[in-house]
Design a protein around this ligand. Sequence first.
Ligand code: FAD
Length: 278
Amino acid sequence: MRTPIPFPISFEFFPPKTPAGAEKLVQVRHALYAVQPAFFSVTYGAGGSTQEGTLQQVQAILAEGHDAAPHFSCIGATRDSVRVQLAQFQASGIGRMVALRGDLPSGHGTFGEFRYASELVAFIRAETGDHFHIEVGCYPEVHPQAKSPQADLQAFVTKVRAGASSAITQYFFNSDAYFRFLEDVQHHGVDIPVVPGIMPIISSTQLMRFSDACGAEIPRWIRLRLQSFGDDTESIKAFGLDVVADLCEQLRQGGAPGLHIYTMNQSAPALALLERLA
Ligand code: FAD
């Protein structure tokens, strides 16, 4: 049995796409229960996942005695469809969610009745009061579609004022971006916890692909070092662990209220990281 980590940790999964993936995720979450995380979250929509897949995973985690939050995006949704979903969450004993706008698949399609996540948050509060602890996303390195850093910051402040309880950041490798973002939001009177999202480095091609898609910057020195390892996955993982553990240490020392780990449905990288930080 591992010792619990002395600061709040949460873990993110995506709904498995195959029976083998589902089987593996059972082992993964059991391994992660040992560090007594504050909660797990399960993504929705990315890679074509359905809300049923998300809900199934959340229900399984809740049934095993741990807190879990579905991600819920409003892209293409109507007020009625959101109402139905909220009722289903409440009936399933869910008390926490990650409320997002989401993205149009390949940039096509229609937004539906909600234009921004702030409108979804306001709607959830209007419909369900204080029932849900609402997490929202934020972007210390600026959301890729934002008109400007100032507009993105203002959009985040609006989302918080609409009723967000806490926030999780997009991942980043430069702690200055996070600390500057915190200063800026505090300057606007925002005092909810803003928890850094942490991406363990497991594979360089996967990391480059994700980062290009979500606008997270990989500093040049990290990119070049990763490229220099070629297919040597052990060296990539060892270097990645050093880089991400140093980042987490800086974040903790600087007062980050916890860490949210994007597990990529694997337990070993997250546990190796937490062992370094224990
Ligand atoms: P919003 O807060 O609505 O912001 C979207 C854009 O609109 C930003 O550029 C913002 O600056 C701008 N904006 C917001 N309000 C206004 C306004 N009033 N006027 C003008 N501009 C405005 N995606 C998934 O598909 N599934 C997931 O499970 C998922 N999980 C995520 C978890 C986390 C922690 C994070 C950080 C992101 C996640 N995403 C997920 C990605 C997210 O859906 C995308 O980044 C999406 O493009 C933005 O979602 P949002 O909720 O941050 O949107």
